[in-house]
Design a protein around this ligand. Structure first.
Ligand code: 8YV
Length: 331
C-alpha cells in the first residue's frame, strides 16, 4: 500500500516527464498513446487525484461527478475549451493550462502558415512533385505579398501580439486588430497596431489571422457572412481552434471568392477534415502542430507536470485557471 496520490497521464508524453511524475505519484500512463473513449477515460480516472490531459479529453461535470476524488486537471495546452472550468470550480477541482511557453513557437507557425497560403507554397510544391513543372511562366503560382500588406488579427492575446510583432517589425506590415479588450496605447504603438471593429478588420485585412479562444461566443465567428465581407484576394489563417471558422463556408469561399487562400492548423471535428476543404488547392492544411517544436512541447509537458505536482502538494500551481478554488479551501 502507498499513500502517494495516483494520477493518470491521459496521452503519451515525454518519458522523462513521466519519470519525473513517478517520483511524486503512482502513475498510470499511456505509452502506446491509445485514445481512451469516454467511458474508458472515466473508468481510468477512478481513484486518481490528478490528470494530465490534452485538448482531446473532455473534462466535464459528468466526468468529475464520476470521479469525486479528482483534485487537479492539468492541460498540456494553453487552450482549455475541453475543460468545463465552472464545473471544476464548483467541485473544488484545480484546472491548469500551459500559457507563455508556447507563445513564440505558435506565432512562428501562424506566420509560416499565413506566408505559405499567401505565396502558395504547398500548392506549388504538389505541382512540382507531380512532375508538371515543364517551364517557367510569368503567371505561375502568383500569390500575394506579405511584406507591407495589412495584417489583421482577431484575438490579440499573447500569441496574437507575437504574430503582430513579427508582421510589424519583420515585414513592415500595418497591423489592425479586434479583441474583447483594447491593448494599452504603448503596446499598440510598439506593435504598429490599430484597434478596429470586426467589420473593419474583415474589410481591410490583407491577411487575417485568428488567434482567439474557442467558446460559445466565438463559435463560427468566421462564417459565410464574415467571409463575404473580406477583401478580395485576402488570406485567412486559423491557428486557434476548429469551430471558430465554419469550415463548409470557408471551402465555398475558397472556391467562389472573395478570399484567395487559407492556412488551417485546426478544424471543426478534427482529426476529421471537411471533405470540401480537402478538395481545395488553395488551402494549406496542417494537423494541429502549431506548438509542435521539440523544445516547446517539452516545456508544455514540464509545465503541466509542475502544475500537477504543485496542485497535489498543497502549493499554488504556476498556471492555475481557477484560483477561486484556493480561496474556497478550508483554512
Ligand atoms: C496543443 C493547443 O498541442 O495549446 C493549445 O491550446 O492547441 C496545442 O498547443 C493541443 O491542444 C494538444 O493539447
Amino acid at each position: 500500500m502507498t499513500d502517494r496520490p495516483s494520477i493518470l497521464i491521459a496521452r503519451a508524453i515525454f518519458p522523462e516527464v513521466v519519470a519525473r511524475l513517478r517520483g511524486h505519484f503512482e502513475v498510470e500512463d499511456n505509452p502506446g498513446d491509445q485514445i481512451h473513449g469516454r467511458a474508458e477515460l472515466i473508468a481510468r480516472l477512478h481513484g486518481k487525484r490528478g490528470v494530465i490531459a490534452t485538448g482531446s479529453e473532455r473534462i466535464d461535470a459528468e466526468l468529475l461527478d464520476a470521479n469525486p476524488q479528482l483534485r487537479a486537471v492539468c492541460n498540456m495546452a494553453v487552450g482549455y475549451n475541453n475543460i468545463d472550468v465552472p464545473a471544476c470550480t464548483a467541485r473544488g477541482v484545480m484546472a491548469t493550462n500551459t500559457p507563455d511557453v508556447l507563445t513564440e513557437t505558435t506565432a512562428d507557425f501562424g506566420f509560416a502558415l499565413m506566408m505559405a497560403a499567401a505565396r502558395r507554397i504547398t500548392e506549388s510544391e504538389r505541382f512540382l512533385r507531380r512532375g508538371e513543372w515543364q517551364r517557367w511562366a510569368y503567371d505561375m503560382f502568383m500569390g500575394c505579398d506579405v511584406h507591407g500588406a495589412t495584417l489583421g488579427i482577431l484575438g490579440m492575446g499573447r500569441i496574437g501580439q507575437a504574430i503582430a510583432r513579427r508582421g510589424a517589425l519583420g515585414f513592415g506590415m500595418p497591423v489592425i486588430y479586434h479583441n474583447r479588450s483594447r491593448l494599452p496605447a504603448e503596446t499598440e504603438a510598439a506593435l504598429n497596431a490599430r484597434y478596429v471593429d470586426k467589420a473593419t478588420l474583415l474589410r481591410e485585412a490583407d491577411h487575417l489571422v485568428l488567434v482567439l479562444p474557442y467558446s460559445a461566443e466565438s463559435h463560427h465567428a468566421i462564417g459565410a457572412a464574415e467571409l463575404a465581407q473580406m477583401k478580395p484576394g485576402a488570406t485567412l489563417t486559423n491557428v486557434a481552434r476548429g469551430g471558430i471558422v465554419d469550415d463548409a463556408a470557408l471551402a465555398a469561399a475558397l472556391r467562389d471568392g472573395p478570399i484567395a487562400a487559407a492556412g488551417l492548423d485546426v478544424f471543426e471535428g478534427e482529426p476529421q477534415v471537411h471533405p470540401a476543404l480537402l478538395e481545395r488547392p488553395n488551402v494549406v492544411l496542417t494537423p494541429h502542430i502549431g506548438s509542435g517544436s521539440l523544445r516547446t512541447r517539452r516545456a508544455m509537458a514540464d509545465l503541466a507536470a509542475d502544475n500537477l505536482i504543485a496542485a497535489l502538494s498543497g502549493a499554488r500551481p504556476p498556471s492555475l485557471i481557477n484560483p477561486e478554488v484556493l480561496a474556497a479551501r478550508p483554512a
